[in-house]
Design a protein around this ligand. Structure first.
Ligand code: DAH
Length: 361
């Protein structure tokens, strides 16, 4: 019996070693271990043996099964690797070829998406994390916690879209700015913080430079030492990277926001030469953002101690800086869903902005 086993084993091992590809190896597996395979057939003889021989016979068959199974697996791995190596050696793709005609080549990234990607790339490089909040906000997050109490005139200035009053008298709003994400972030984590929050905002307003929905990016830095010099540096570095110029002209004007003290509005200098807009030259100014040092009342609202921590915040109009950078004159066209406009102003799907390769190329 033993020699039969030995012979069967060496036959099977030889067949495994000789199998030149995965298909012939599978044939060997079926011959050995398939339902009617030679090892399975052996088991059928078990019942005819005298009881005292059954145990050792069973063990011998199982041992054989295991060794043959292991040899099959090993051979399978080796054949698999060899097949892959052969494929890698013979197949080539030229990654410098343009994409084939079709959705990948035809599709366009909307300038707002592109500009959002550019902005996150720049701030991520400065160590900012990305935060998010809901478009439908509570009155508390959108106003009260930002130091805009009930009768504050800033509430009227925001042209808020209100939802119907709930039974408890509260009314949700479509967020009028991304500033409530400051509140949500601070409520959800401890300082130090360094975040930006890009997203959609809503105001009941519409003309060539205003649409009922538009985009902002909020910035917030809170720690024990950050001061206005840091704010200025961050905004200048951002503007240079975003507009891809070595020097920018920026004008910081004293202003008022309830959630910052002191507060500033920032204009960017540009020249219009023919149809072209040149950033960093000329004497025209466009307001692009509001900023300031976070108001102590805001810090108190989120349970921070204004005697221990401080920092700055800013809110940039994304659509505005997109219009300025890419020379798009009418904001309403952004949301007109006109494919001709998108084809003209949109970006290739594969043109992912990176600082290393050029932010808009
Ligand atoms: N939330 C303001 C707005 O929509 C913009 C703004 C101004 C945001 C100053 C800020 C800030 O974070 O510090 O008009």
């Amino acid at each position: 019996m033993t020699s039969n086993f030995e012979q069967l084993e060496s036959e099977l091992q030889a067949a495994i070693a000789a199998a030149g590809d995965l298909v012939s190896l599978e044939d060997v597996r079926v011959t050995a271990l398939g339902k009617k395979g030679r090892i399975s057939e052996l088991m059928k003889g078990l019942g005819e043996l005298p009881p005292e021989e059954r145990k050792s016979f069973g063990q011998a068959v199982n041992g054989l099964k295991e060794r043959v199974g292991a040899a099959l697996n090993e051979r399978k791995d080796a054949l698999h690797k060899a097949e892959m190596t052969a494929r890698l050696g013979s197949e080539q793709s030229d990654i410098t070829l343009p994409p084939r005609p079709g959705p990948l080549a035809e599709g366009r990234i909307h300038p707002v998406s592109q500009v959002m990607d550019e902005i996150t790339e720049i701030f991520a490089d400065m160590g900012f994390a990305i935060a998010e909040g809901p478009d439908i906000e509570t009155d508390y997050h959108n106003f009260t916690a930002l130091n805009i109490p009930d009768e504050h005139p800033a509430r009227q200035e925001h042209d808020t879209f209100y939802f119907n009053e709930k039974e408890d008298g509260s009314r949700a709003v479509l967020r009028t700015h991304t500033s409530p994400v400051q509140i949500r972030t601070m409520l959800g984590s401890k300082p130090p913080l360094r975040i930006i929050a890009p997203g959609r905002v809503y105001r009941c307003d519409s003309d060539q430079t205003h649409t009922p929905m538009f985009h902002q990016v909020e910035g917030l830095v809170i720690d024990e030492v950050t001061h206005m010099g840091h704010l200025k540096w961050v905004l200048e570095s951002f503007a240079k990277a975003f507009f891809e110029v070595d020097e920018v002209k920026m004008r910081f004007r004293a202003s008022h926001f309830p959630f910052t003290e002191p507060s500033m509005e920032v204009d960017i200098g540009y020249a219009k030469v023919g149809d072209e807009i040149r950033i960093g030259e000329g004497d025209q100014w466009l307001e692009i953002l509001g900023c300031g040092m976070v108001h102590p009342n805001v810090l108190r609202h989120v349970g921070y101690d204004p005697d221990k921590v401080q920092g700055f915040a800013f809110g940039v109009g994304i659509d505005r800086i997109a219009m300025l950078k890419y020379g798009m004159p009418d904001l309403r066209a952004f949301f007109g869903a006109d494919l001709r406009w998108l084809k003209h102003y949109g970006f290739g799907v594969l043109d992912v902005p990176t600082l290393a390769r050029g932010i808009s190329s």
